[in-house]
Design a protein around this ligand. Structure first.
Ligand code: HAM
Length: 449
């Protein structure tokens, strides 16, 4: 296939007949986050490379191997965001949001870019829904954050996700842990990959996250952080677990979770599925108490998570999760001749202002082809408009599902059309409820009619 008609490896299109599902998912996410006090933030798709080197950490795979980095025409080093947290924190600092009451709770829907080997659930351009809660040190914040992710999965009716949690401590307790890791990995120094050999001194915990099979094999028996937590970190972790128990959110403790980004402290967690292949982590996050300071702000303990929309969609497809039906056009106006086209323009305009979805022919189709097209569009109603109808000032509207027809006046057409469709919906509702119910729905809707 010619290069210009093929998307770049690791990227994918969202096609018109699928996009309503994505819109539904995004709407549920934003609405749920709103119920937890989050407001949307939008940050640029590219930032100074240094932000990610400092924020995400220059010993991580993301920074060392996966970033889309280039020099712009002004010779600045620019990077397409590999994740959303660093940009959100940068914006928080730049705009002095720390002067507002804390915590500041922000959420985002963004595209992210990582040069990874593409496979099912792993793309080079992917999309995240993420939340960041800036300025909340208490363990109840960790539990609330996890419950937000759980709530979203429940609302989307996604089942069988396993929540795995861990604590990776603070810089104090981590020092002792680093020493233990170094001692352990020293024995295998010659077998580790070159990148991990380089990580030994600066950040041995990163070796636990290496994707090379040899390194991950060696890492299996390495000491675990939970044995090295200081009293404060232990207490924090115990409290988080206690709150999760109160909310009846099931979890398992997985001391192997270290996360692929350097900013994490204390609680880290992942929601994992075993139904979508090797890339089963649908959501990941945790606490990052040092990041705001690392990027030049004061000590503002914070936390967040992100979920991958493509992985979520794969999972929903695998589980056959129900989606609401795609919204259909309310009316298709089939036209015969130029006078009818002009009238259709005016009628459609009137209806669209009143919130209806209306289509008419703009492709010069024959009447028969227009009706076929209306069927294909799955329009709820259709109407034929010719000179006769215009002279009479009346047209017949047909319900495409039932075949029922009704003649309505073209004068105040929008109002007439709306009244007719509400009447029909009420009849449907009454039929579904059955005669025995004895509910007079017209009295319920009386005010609207
Ligand atoms: P992350 O674990 O790197 O964390 O990514 C979060 C989620 O994005 C993953 O669980 C996965 O669903 C999705 N994801 C990551 N890489 C890919 C990929 N190549 N293709 C498809 N989906 C992918 C973060 O990005 C952190 N910023 C999360 C966070 C927010 N922590 C605190 N606040």
């Amino acid at each position: 296939m010619a290069l210009i008609t093929k998307a770049i490896r690791g990227t994918q299109d969202l096609l018109p007949n699928e996009s309503y599902k994505q819109q539904y998912i995004e709407k549920q996410m934003l609405e749920t986050a709103f119920n937890f006090g989050y407001k949307e933030i939008r940050t640029p798709v590219f930032e100074h490379t240094e932000l990610f080197q400092r924020g995400v950490g220059d010993t991580t795979d993301v920074v060392q191997k996966e970033m889309y980095t280039f020099n712009d025409k002004g010779n600045r080093s620019i990077t397409l965001r590999p994740e959303g947290t660093a940009g959100a924190v940068r914006s928080f600092l730049e705009h002095g949001l720390y002067n507002e009451p804390l915590p500041q709770k922000v959420c985002y829907l963004t595209s992210c870019y990582r040069y990874e080997k593409p496979q099912a659930g792993r793309l080079r351009e992917f999309h995240q829904f993420g939340v960041e809660c800036l300025g909340a040190a208490e363990p109840v914040a960790d539990a609330e954050l996890i419950s937000l992710a759980q709530n979203i999965f429940d609302i989307l009716q996604i089942n069988n996700l396993h929540l795995e949690i861990n604590s990776i401590g603070c810089p104090q307790c981590r020092q002792k842990y680093y020493d233990a890791l170094k001692e352990y990995f020293k024995k295998y120094e010659n077998e580790l990959c070159e990148t991990c050999r380089g990580r030994m001194e600066r950040n041995p915990m990163r070796i636990l996250d290496c994707k090379s099979p040899v390194c991950s094999g060696i890492a299996k028996d390495a000491p675990t952080i939970l044995d090295y937590l200081c009293d404060d970190c232990k207490e924090h972790f115990e409290a988080v677990k206690g709150y999760l128990d109160i909310m009846e959110i099931p979890y398992t403790i997985n001391p192997r979770i270290v996360r692929g980004l350097d900013y994490y402290t204390r609680t880290v967690f992942e929601f994992v599925s075993d139904e979508i292949g090797a890339q089963g982590t649908v959501c990941g996050g945790g606490r990052y108490d040092g990041l705001v300071e690392e990027l030049g702000g004061s000590h503002i303990p914070s936390l967040g998570f992100a979920m991958g929309l493509e992985r979520l969609m794969l999972l929903m497809e695998a589980q056959g999760t129900p989606f609401p039906e795609e919204q259909r056009p309310d009316l298709f106006i089939a036209t015969m001749g130029e006078v009818a086209t002009k009238k259709a323009l005016a009628l459609a305009n009137e209806l669209r202002y009143d919130g209806a979805s209306v289509l008419y022919d703009i492709a010069g189709r024959s009447l028969k082809a227009q009706m076929k097209y209306a069927n294909k569009l799955n329009a709820q109603y259709s109407m034929v408009l010719g000179e006769d109808e215009i002279v009479k000032g009346k047209a017949t509207v047909k319900n495409m599902d039932t075949g029922d027809q009704e003649e309505i006046s073209l004068e105040d057409f929008s109002e007439n059309f709306m009244r007719m469709s509400i009447n029909e919906s009420m009849k449907d509702l009454q039929n579904t409820m059955g005669d025995g119910q004895g509910v007079d729905l017209s009295s319920l809707f009386g005010g609207m009619m």
